[in-house]
Every structure is written in C-alpha cells, then in structure tokens.
Design a binder for this molecule. Sequence first.
Ligand code: DP6
Length: 330
Amino acid sequence: MRSIKVKSPANIAFIKYWGQIDGDLILPYNDSFSMNLSGCFTTIDLQVTRSKKQELYIKNYKSKIFKKAEGPALEKVLKLYETTKVYVNAHTNFGFKIYSQNSFPKKAGIASSASFFSGLALAFVTAFGETLSEKDLSILARLSGSGSACRSIPDGFAWWHKGQNGSSSFAESKAPSEYWDLSDIVLILNYDEKKVGSQEGHKNAATSPFFQHRLADVEKRLKDIDQAFALKNFRQFGRLIEDEAISMHSVMMTQRPPLYFWSGHTVEVIKKLIELRKTGIEGYFTIDAGENIHVICEKHNEEELVAYFNKQREVKDIIVNHPAKGARVL
Ligand code: DP6
C-alpha cells in the first residue's frame, strides 16, 4: 500500500468568481484574485490499495473520528479521479481510501471545496505517477467543479485568468506569500453548512438584473485592485474588496431563485467593523457564499481586531490566517 499525503489551503477571493460562461468547462465570466489561507487548509492522505474499492473518509472540524462519505461527496471525488486519468493519459486504475480532514468548518463560506479539490487533484496526479506544471494542475483543479480550487494551487496571492477555453483558464501566482503581511481574520458566526452549493448559484447568476452591471464594474475593479496591490495601498485595497463583496452578494440576492447568505449577525458585525474603523483600526470585510465574515487587515492591526471581535456576542470562533503557499505533497 502506498500513501500520498497532501496539504492544500483554502483561499479568500478579494475579487470574486460568481457565474459561469460554460458550466461544463467551469469557465468564469471574469478574472478573480485571492489569497491562500495559512490557518484554513485540508490535509489529505490518499492510500492506494490493492482492492478495487474507492472510498472516502472525512473528519470534520473539531471531530475526532473519520466518517465514511457517500452520495454527492464521493461522486465528485470519483469524477475527479476519472478526469485526472484522462488528463494525465493513464491507462490503469487503482483502488484507494482517502482520509481528508479540515482545519476549519466546511461549507460555511470558507472555501472548503477549494482546499479539498486542489489537494485531491495533486494527490491523484501523484498517485498516477505523474507530475504536472503548476498551470496544468490549476486547470485540472478547476475541472473538479469547484472552480476556485484552481486558485489554491499557486503560492501566495493567486490570479485566475478567466481564459477563452478549457486550456486558457487557469490561476497563477501574482505574488509569493511573503509579498504583503496581510491577515484574514475569519469570524465564525455560524458553523452550519450552507443549504445551496455554489454550483447551483453560479448557474443562475446571470438571471440577476444587476449581473451585467456587475461585470462592467468588476473589469474596472480588477484594474484598480491590481494597482492598489502593486502599491500596497491598503486603504484603497480594503475599499475595493468591500465594494466587491457587496456587488457579488447583490447579485446573489437578486438572482432567481435568490440566495441570501447573510444573517442578521452578519449585518451587525459589518456595522461594528465600520464603527471600529472610525477609531483608526483598519479592517475591511469580505464574505463568500456563507454568513461568516473575513476581516482583512494589515498585520499590525491584527491583535487589536482579534481582541475586539473575541468580545462580540455574534462571534463563535475566530481563525487567523496569513498568506500561505499553495497545494503541496508532504
Ligand atoms: C463565492 O464553485 O469554487 O466563493 O465549489 O462551493 O467551493 P465551491 O465554490 P466555487 O465558487 C466559489 C464562489 C465564491 C467566490 C470565490 O471564491 O471566488
């Protein structure tokens, strides 16, 4: 029996991917830009077995035991196995047991499928005895169905080029993790798993009357954030990520059927963050497909922000992240 161990980070998108031009090839309407998270990652142990069985075991956040997973979770894994086999042009099959564990709650707007599927793509390629370029691995991770997984392959800060076809849509590193000492303070307001997966959401994004408007806006925001990032202009950067989060959630709430990821607590915490900013402690929020909030700040404000949010009744847990490397074989 051979065991392949992989670690892969979740990522937080500053400019988001929402909506697919092509749902089979997972081609987005716009480029997106993210940071890999040091404290939110998936560790996978892929054990290649002699048997033909292909099994998945998951240990949830704060749980002590691995539970066998079946249904849609296993189906997605088997699909990525088949996609990888074709992608690396392999001709033999292998049985496996996958043991996957997260350092954070899954399906709660912290990109658990991005860390899992980026890691799994790397693990399968390695198990087939192959190595791929970073670009090709990113494409394979995108094809897992969880498109944002492609951004967890390169190191540090990743830019996903939307591309025009299957082979030109991939993520690459815009800067290594050391480039900018940013923190992502994840405020966990609710551990519950979201009810509608992003895949359903992407399909209906264009039904929002604001979607076309958002696309035009995003193109401008991508240019602006590129500049703010190059200059490390944090205030400008922060304003852009908040505008972006509001833009994506406006589309989500107005698409058909609508998706309301925010809770009352989400709004309360946003208001508190804005008030706190008036005292000179600069943190800016962004939110993915969930009610939990990511507060982005520069390292020197991290301690104060953590201390403040630790005291807020809406906040159940906090995970502090710094920019991290991409998926790795351990
Ligand atoms: C809102 O299709 O990559 O996080 O498969 O649920 O992880 P999952 O999502 P995916 O869409 C991610 C959407 C987003 C924004 C983003 O990360 O760009």
